[in-house]
Ligand binder design. Structure first.
Ligand code: GLU
Length: 488
């Protein structure tokens, strides 16, 4: 049978890279086995959930290319896919569990339970619900009901040892005596996470639950609930946590943790997906750059590691650079355009000149945002000389005359292309008995204001004769009059 997997985010926050990685593993598993990827929104916490967060999560998933087969916007036969629209099902399931003896009503007040817990903790003891309400006499129950006492529903944890086989961690055994009779339905009629997640996984016929390691401790409860509901227990695969470079759990202290933030910082979705896939999973060989299709073709639960994964931003940057180098130029133009627009720089994304510029710059870009900075000298009318560039490359005696000679030579070459520009620069240097490097460095400062740029001859060819010569003339003038604050 084709697997059915799900990603079940709670919309109480943005799409975290950890959540995105969980979603990706589920997506890859479904795609690998021709299964179904369900997206379910776990929004039973009305106070903390918001529609904006849902929108953000869906946007993040779409950006990453993680399309879902059933869920919000696309629908499906096992909907609704928002837990807030499924409350009746949880209430019915809880009532059924009571009827069948797997659960019972609990009238204990939150205050009493809290004070008992605090007392036990002060005495250094672990506290577990003492089953007061399991032992109520029918008369007492009738009295409480007549008085309209609020009641929750608790699961009656059976006194067995139960085991399950985690697809990542192997066999896990637990002693039910250490599990308290946990609440399924609160007295306000809202389900706890344990109830809603299991009812939905059962009704949606989820075959594999692939989720974060932080849910391992919940799984015994879930296994018992599946059994009590008479539903098949899915395969569980708990994926390792993502840690920062300091081996602490990834948090904002380490930098961006939301997928949308990485998008804003200029990462390509293909690179992000590839990077996230390798956080705690490996194809079993030394492949690193893998397309979405290759990942889906290679993905297996066996390839998930037990150890925690470290989020290495340098690796992400490297990977993003690799994807930038490989991207088709028109796709790259479309991808960088919003960043130029945001910086107030006009570009035409189908302009062949802009494509040449991107091709020239891309080996130096790690993020899409880098293009804006690298392209500035090509797109603006003025160039500012950086202090470091002035100091390093504009100090030689007689430099103005050399640069002037180069400007003269460049005025007459035809065509104004890379080989002719190079010949003009080298020829001028030879004629004037100076090293070509000196002229190259000074020219780079003239046209970009900087000490580093892509190959100078390509830069000049792309800038064109008019702008190159004008910038050289400005440098000649600058060198003659000395640095002034308003030289641009
Ligand atoms: N809504 C839960 C969470 O975001 C889902 C956990 C699960 O996958 O079972 O943690």
């Amino acid at each position: 049978m084709a697997p059915r997997v799900r990603f079940a985010p709670s919309p109480t926050g943005y799409l975290h890279v950890g959540g995105a990685r969980t979603a990706l593993f589920n997506w890859l598993y479904a795609r690998r086995h021709g299964g179904t990827f369900v997206l379910r929104i776990e929004d039973t916490d009305v106070q903390r959930s918001s529609a904006d967060m849902v929108t953000g999560i869906l946007e993040g998933m779409r950006w990453l290319g993680l399309d879902w087969d059933e869920g919000p916007d696309v629908g499906g036969a096992r909907g609704p896919y928002f837990q807030s629209e499924r409350l009746d099902r949880y209430r019915e399931a809880a009532a059924r569990l009571v009827r069948e003896g797997h659960a019972y009503y609990c009238y204990c007040s939150a205050e009493r339970l809290r004070s008992e817990r605090e007392k036990a903790e002060q005495e250094g003891a672990a506290w577990q619900y003492d089953r007061t309400c399991l032992a109520l006499t029918p008369d007492r129950v009738a009295a409480l009901e007549a008085a309209g006492a609020p009641r929750a529903i608790r699961f009656k944890v059976p006194s067995t040892r139960t085991a399950f086989v985690d697809a990542v961690h192997g066999p896990i055994e637990f002693d039910s005596a250490r599990l308290e009779d946990f609440v399924l339905l609160r007295s306000d009629g809202y389900p706890t996470y344990h109830l809603s997640v299991v009812v939905d996984d059962a009704e949606m016929e989820i075959s594999h639950v692939i989720r974060g390691d932080d849910h391992i401790s919940n799984t015994p409860k879930h296994v018992l609930l599946f059994q009590a509901l008479g539903a098949p227990t899915p395969v569980f695969a708990h994926v390792p946590l993502i840690l920062g470079a300091d081996k602490k759990r990834l948090s904002k202290r380490h930098g961006a943790t939301s997928v949308s933030e990485y998008r804003r910082q200029g990462y390509l979705p293909e690179a992000m997906v590839n990077f996230l896939a390798l956080l705690g999973w490996s194809p079993g060989d030394d492949r690193e750059l893998m397309s979405m299709d290759e990942l889906a073709g290679a993905f297996s639960l066996e390839g998930i590691s037990r150890g925690n994964a470290v989020f290495n931003t340098d690796k992400l940057d490297w990977m993003n650079g690799q994807y930038i180098v490989r991207l088709a130029t028109d796709s790259l133009a479309a991808a960088v355009a919003p960043f130029f627009q945001e910086a107030g720089l006009q570009v035409r994304i189908s302009d062949p000149w802009f494509h040449r510029l991107l091709d020239l710059l891309r080996p130096r870009a790690k993020r899409l945002t880098d293009f804006v900075d690298l392209a500035r000298p090509f797109l603006s009318d003025t160039v500012e000389y950086e202090a470091e560039a002035i100091e390093k490359h504009l100090g030689s005696a007689g430099l103005g005359a050399h640069v002037d000679a180069l400007a003269t030579s460049l005025r007459s070459i035809d065509p104004f292309d890379e080989p002719h520009v190079e010949a003009a620069v080298r020829g001028t240097a030879a004629e004037r008995g100076i090293k070509a490097g000196m002229l190259i460095h000074a020219t780079r400062v003239a046209v970009t204001g900087r000490t580093a740029s892509p190959g100078l001859f390509e830069v000049l060819a792309l800038l064109g004769r008019e702008r190159t010569v004008a910038r050289l003339e400005r440098l000649v003038n600058f060198l003659a009059t000395g640095p002034r604050a308003d030289f641009s």
